[in-house]
Design a protein around this ligand. Structure first.
Ligand SMILES: *[C@@H]1O[C@H](CO)[C@@H](O)[C@H](O)[C@H]1NC(C)=O
Ligand SMILES: *[C@@H]1O[C@H](CO)[C@@H](O)[C@H](O)[C@H]1NC(C)=O
Ligand SMILES: *[C@@H]1O[C@H](CO)[C@@H](O)[C@H](O)[C@H]1NC(C)=O
Ligand SMILES: *[C@@H]1O[C@H](CO)[C@@H](O)[C@H](O)[C@H]1NC(C)=O
Ligand SMILES: *[C@@H]1O[C@H](CO)[C@@H](O)[C@H](O)[C@H]1NC(C)=O
Length: 486
């Protein structure tokens, strides 16, 4: 049982194998310059004993039947069921006969020329249609050529895309994949390479499943138009190949003669979607066109969709803005002139403007300047002489005193000399820090009239001041300060 099964499988394999490589078609076309073969479709029941009765014949034109043998042509080889051409040429066209015992087989061979500038012959194509997004499978497989070939190449539109023992293209089809796929089998024979090309014309078609068509854009479209001008209304839909798209242009009064429905345009996107569009052209728009409602419909078995266009009169551009435009221009020019004048005036009278501004704002920058001046002078000093006098104690002096004390006591840059002109006890305001001053730094003025240069008071003061070369007498008046009680 098992053996019979195995035998049947083997037989079936042998049969498929031979039926794929043998040539059962009656009429065959080959390309000049390529390797070509004829093979008798033997059935498995035929006995090997009959093989030695095999004969091959050719007949062409006026020549009768000629038996073929290895010496008939250097380009042909014969073995058993196969006749091979290395390569086949135009002169090989004709009828070929295979004879074995009582069995005869006939083929009609037509050899055609090569196409110049192309890697394939357009007349020798097989076609294949693939739906977009479905599997696209192209393999350079041939039961007879493949075992003989030492190289196989796959070309798309004559550009090599794949190389190797078994080039295959396997992907989800896109519209870009459409084209001519050529397999070139390069078969070595007697030290030369012979080519066999097989080309498939691959067509990619859209998704065959139906969709419910939809028109693109809003359902109601208001289009601004001018009387006497033309307008094009665009009606586009996502639809199926066989769907209808049309404009409803008829009412009880018939159709306006200035309205023209254009031809349908179809455009398939890369993703397989089909867009159909149909334009409506309205020439020399008149008042009747403004009253009409232009409806565009797409219809399929699955349903319909309609969109609506109405024409609105565009407000006449020249009417209203006519004088408004002129006035607007005049105002704009006037404003520009005024602005330019103001800028020029500002530049010329800037001094007067600044003075006016100061007067108006009652601005007094001198107040703060004083303070800065005092501060910088104090910074340059090495001694701070404080004369305690009631009549002299103003706010500015207070500031002077305080910043001086800061320099002396905090920064420790200057030394303090205190001259008591009025006794300390008479002051309501008296900085605490001054009370800490060493006693030799406090000088008391006890006289009613100026003291002489040699007096103890001036000598003590000179001593507390930084040492300096004494100038000649001419400058005396500057050196001696005058203290007087007011
Ligand atoms: C290849 O297929 C396409 C689509 O079917 C067809 O239009 C074209 O004519 C075919 N090419 C040849 C050379 O037959
Ligand atoms: C194919 O065969 C030819 C002829 O025998 C030889 O010259 C060539 O190198 C071979 N190519 C490869 C890729 O094996
Ligand atoms: C065979 O095809 C190859 C490309 O695969 C090409 O280069 C070579 O010229 C062809 N040979 C013949 C004899 O046509
Ligand atoms: C009409 O509209 C569609 C979709 O917006 C567009 O693809 C098509 O090019 C338009 N047709 C014209 C003639 O403008
Ligand atoms: C277009 O559609 C609107 C609204 O559905 C309808 O009132 C109008 O009569 C239609 N126009 C035509 C010419 O069919």
């Amino acid at each position: 049982m098992r053996h019979i099964e195995l035998l049947l499988t083997l037989l079936a394999l042998m049969f498929t194998s031979t039926s794929e490589t043998c040539i059962s078609r009656h009429s065959i076309t080959a390309v000049e310059g390529e390797f070509f073969y004829l093979r008798y479709c033997s059935s498995a029941s035929e006995h090997d004993s009959e093989k030695n009765t095999i004969k091959w014949y050719k007949s062409s034109g006026s020549h009768g039947r000629i038996e073929l043998n290895s010496s008939s042509s250097p380009r042909i080889t014969l073995h058993d069921y196969v006749l091979e051409f290395w390569p086949v040429e135009l002169e090989d066209s004709g009828s070929y006969f295979f004879q074995m015992g009582n069995d005869t087989r006939k083929w009609k061979l037509n050899v055609i020329g090569r196409s110049k500038g192309s890697c394939f012959v357009e007349k020798l194509l097989t076609s294949k249609t693939v739906e977009v997004q479905k599997s696209l499978h192209i393999a350079c497989k041939h039961d007879y050529f493949q075992p003989l070939a030492n190289r196989t190449s796959l070309y798309k539109n004559c550009k090599k895309i794949n190389n190797g023992a078994n080039p295959v293209l396997q992907k989800n089809a896109e519209f870009e994949d459409q084209g001519y796929y050529t397999c070139v089998f390069s078969i070595p024979h007697n030290g030369k390479l012979f080519n066999v090309t097989k080309t498939i014309n691959v067509t990619i078609v859209g998704d065959r499943s139906k969709i419910i068509p939809v028109l693109l854009g809003p359902k109601l479209n208001r289009v601004k138009v001018e009387l006497g001008k033309d307008v094009n209304l665009n009606c586009s839909a996502l639809a199926n190949e066989k769907d209808q798209i049309y404009w409803n242009l008829w009412d009880e009064n018939g159709k306006e003669p200035n309205v023209h429905e254009e031809n349908i345009k179809k455009n398939r996107a890369l993703d397989g979607k089909l867009y159909v569009s149909r334009m409506l052209k309205i020439e020399n728009i008149n008042a009747k066109n403004l009253k009409f409602s232009y409806n565009c419909t797409v219809a399929s078995e699955g349903g319909t969709d309609t969109i609506n266009f109405v024409l609105l009169k565009k407000e006449d551009m020249a009417d209203i803005p006519g004088y408004i435009f002129t006035r607007g221009m005049i105002v704009a020019v006037l404003i520009s002139v005024v602005v330019v004048c103001l800028v020029i005036m500002g530049v010329i009278y800037r001094v007067d403007l600044a003075l006016f501004y100061r007067h108006f704002m009652r601005k007094d920058e001198t107040l703060t300047a004083i303070v800065d001046e005092i501060h910088s002078l104090i910074e340059k000093s090495r001694r701070l002489i404080i004369v305690l006098s009631k009549s002299y104690m103003s706010n500015e002096v207070r500031y002077e005193l305080e910043s001086g004390l800061h320099e002396a006591l905090v920064e420790r840059k200057i030394k303090i000399i205190l001259i008591e002109f009025t006794p300390v006890s008479d002051f309501t305001f008296f900085p605490q820090s001054l009370k800490l001053l060493k006693s030799h730094r406090v000088l008391k003025w006890n006289a009613d009239k100026p003291l002489s240069y040699n007096s103890r008071f001036w000598k003590n003061l000179l001593y507390l001041m930084p040492a300096k070369v004494v100038k000649p007498r001419g400058t005396e008046s500057e050196v001696f300060p005058v203290l007087s009680q007011s």
